[in-house]
Design a protein. Sequence first.
Length: 346
Amino acid sequence: MNMYELLQKDPKVWDIFTLKEEYDSPLRDQYGRFPYYASSNRNIFEPLVSKYMSNHGFLAEYPEDKRFAVCLTHDIDDVYTPLLPKVISSVRRLKQGSISEVKHSVSQMRSKKLPLWNFDTIINLEEQYDAKSSFYFMAENPGERAYAYPIEDCESTLGAIVDKGSEIGLHGGLTAYFRPDELKAKKERIEKILNKKIIGYRNHYLLFHVPETWRYLRDAGFLYDTTLGYADCVGFRNGMCHPFKPYDLKNGEIIDILEIPLVVMDDSLFDHYMRLDSGGAWDIIRRLIDVVSEYQGIITFLWHNYSCTGQKRKFYEKILQYSADKNAWMTSGEQIVTWWKQNHND
């Protein structure tokens, strides 16, 4: 009996896994996303489908006898410090009056790259915990709503990230998830700069339509997606804490692309949605890591590069430390896909 036959034995589990309630649902937020608050599955912190599979003998394996896996990812929405924050910071420094602070102020005003061009900092931090990660860069064009930087400016950075063992993927813009031609064109644009095929994807704002986006990504040549998570709450959107190939209810078929579900986005925890303080956020993160460890699953974190500074950077390091202490394999989406395809059957 394969995974899909097993899940179909329990209609409730099958409906959660396939996201049946999202098909053609009119319940959308201001960005067109299906939100957690509209879902009938209220037990968001429990991976109900993975639990069902585990109770029926499904066991995942990871390299070096690791108990579970942590997929570390970074969406690169911007690489340049916006001008206004730099001006404010510079004025504050100038008021302090010292020559060194004045020089620092001038250097910040001239620099395009502070503090968001922090890829070395992120990679060096992760290396302390024997971890790799995925960086999803945008390839937007001037005039498109999500345009923030020319991807060509990042050519040497893309190569350096790959040379250090992490992954480059595509972070699709505000319309890519329903435009197959755009997906293909922007994938090819990054591949041309990188001189290497890319296989991983996440859409900006977590925009996604079930099941169409999966089909478009498959047709564009992506091997995996990791968009499937809620923006307004962390947790298990379709009850899964394991990678899976989606099942298309409209066409009655398995879509040949691996989904690595997104469980935690930094912006969901803090200012934008759940508005938790650091203590409340950590209580939830620890609970999610513990339950994924229990079911030998994979927990995916999205930590933007703009959150890899200050207190949020320290919070990210706390995630790395706790995961390492629990014997997690911390790695990129690319490495998870390679391992999963070699060692697990759908």
